[in-house]
Design a protein. Structure first.
Length: 360
């Protein structure tokens, strides 16, 4: 098992990464206020892992209840969130009950928001079961649901007390979902870890083939990058915004196509290519670097162009991005592979031309 820490003073918490962690009740118990948990999961993950987790909890004397939500990004909404509150209330969960999110990023984000708001806040634990959630969404305390007018628009910063990433769970993950997780892994290399990007160029096929050592290293390195950024800028006043490379374009793709049509990681991959291409147009990176970025996404079996929505539709959706300040769109672009910057003065024409050249 590899362990890291997100350093946030009294709210610091560990991230444990390894195989067989779903059986390790001893890792969970120290983070509970009372021996009672409410597990939030979905109808895909529950048949795979819910009984195993409940058996583990039972063995260490922790009582558990479970709410099983419908699967999918399309259900990351108010109606589904309300089902979590319904379950917590009808089970008479207390403030001292710990909410455990067992699933991918949708369950983690929605379960985390329920925990942040139920009785003004209950403790919560992340047990991420997708690559994307193990390398990104379970760490850092961003919780949210979607609104029809924008992705992740309703939410809160609310940190978990523990992240338990069991690599065994990736054995059942569909190939397309594994690839989507690789988009966020590649993102860390692009924004702040050029050495990791170099390693990824030599290892991406091993990751696609689910090689245990490669996965463990990539998850640990991704979480280490994320933990550093979150510790320095928990509520995204500065550096944390760089973690959104490709996301402004990507969120427009997700919302514009209808939630769930494009996976989040797929949209981020196409968005990262748009950011790279715009960076090239501005003269910051060369065509050779854009080619390297395209190639690693292709080798990871990720899309490198966006869907052919009208350019105005992209721009309209991007105008609602959370990074917009004073009506000015701000984008994360690249000065080099391994160095992202936030830019607020790119002309609309440059952005439109980039979108037009990166969609089909
Ligand atoms: P997801 O939660 O929809 O999971 C992907 C699919 O895999 C789902 O069908 C799920 O049921 C299934 N699944 C989960 N674990 C499985 C397993 N072990 N075996 C088989 N199937 C499994 O999607 P995701 O990619 O994990 O997360 C995407 C979400 O995360 C988006 O909503 C995105 O906005 C959010 N996100 C949040 C943050 C953050 O910082 N909070 C960061 C990145 C992404
Ligand atoms: N996934 C972006 C962030 O956590 O800030």
């Amino acid at each position: 098992m590899r362990s890291l820490k997100v350093s946030l003073g009294e709210r610091s918490y560990p991230i444990h990464i390894g195989r067989g962690l779903l059986d390790r009740g001893d890792l969970i118990v120290p983070h509970l206020k009372k021996p009672r948990v409410a597990i939030v999961t979905n109808d895909v993950v529950a048949p795979l892992y819910l009984d195993r987790l409940r058996t583990t909890l039972d063995a260490v004397g922790v009582a558990s209840s479970a709410v099983i939500l419908p699967d999918g990004e399309v259900h990351k909404d108010w109606a589904t969130l309300n089902r979590v509150y319904d379950a917590l209330l009808s089970e008479r969960c207390e403030r001292s009950t710990t909410l455990v999110a067992l699933g991918g990023g949708v369950i983690g984000d929605m379960g985390g928001f329920a925990a942040a708001t139920y009785q003004r806040g209950m403790p919560f634990i992340q047990i991420p079961t997708t690559l994307l959630s193990q390398v990104d969404s379970s760490v850092g305390g961003k919780t949210a649901i979607n609104h029809p007018l924008g992705k992740n628009m309703i939410g809160a910063f609310y940190q978990p007390r523990l992240v338990l990433a069991d690599i065994d769970t990736l054995d059942t993950l569909p190939d397309r979902e594994l690839a989507a997780g690789l988009a966020e892994v590649i993102k860390y290399g692009l924004i702040r870890d050029g050495e990791f990007f170099d390693w990824l160029e030599g290892s991406i096929e091993r990751l696609g083939a689910r090689d245990t050592d490669a996965l463990a290293f990539a998850i640990e390195r991704s979480c280490a990058n994320k933990a550093e950024v979150v510790a320095a800028d928990e509520t995204e006043q500065g550096e944390r915004a760089l973690l959104n490379l490709g996301h402004t374009f990507g969120h427009a793709i997700e919302a514009g196509m209808g939630y769930g049509q494009w996976l989040h990681g797929e949209a981020v991959a196409a968005g990262a290519m748009m950011a790279a291409e715009l960076s090239r147009r501005l003269g910051w990176i060369g065509a050779d670097q854009v080619a390297r970025i395209r190639e690693i996404h292709q080798r990871a079996r990720l899309p490198v162009t966006g869907p052919a929505l009208p350019v105005d539709r992209y721009l309209d959706l991007m105008a609602g991005d959370k990074k917009v300040e004073g009506g000015q769109l701000r984008l994360v672009l690249l000065r080099a592979i391994g160095k992202a910057v936030m830019v607020g003065d790119v002309g609309r024409d440059e952005i439109a031309a980039t979108i037009a050249s990166c969609t089909r």
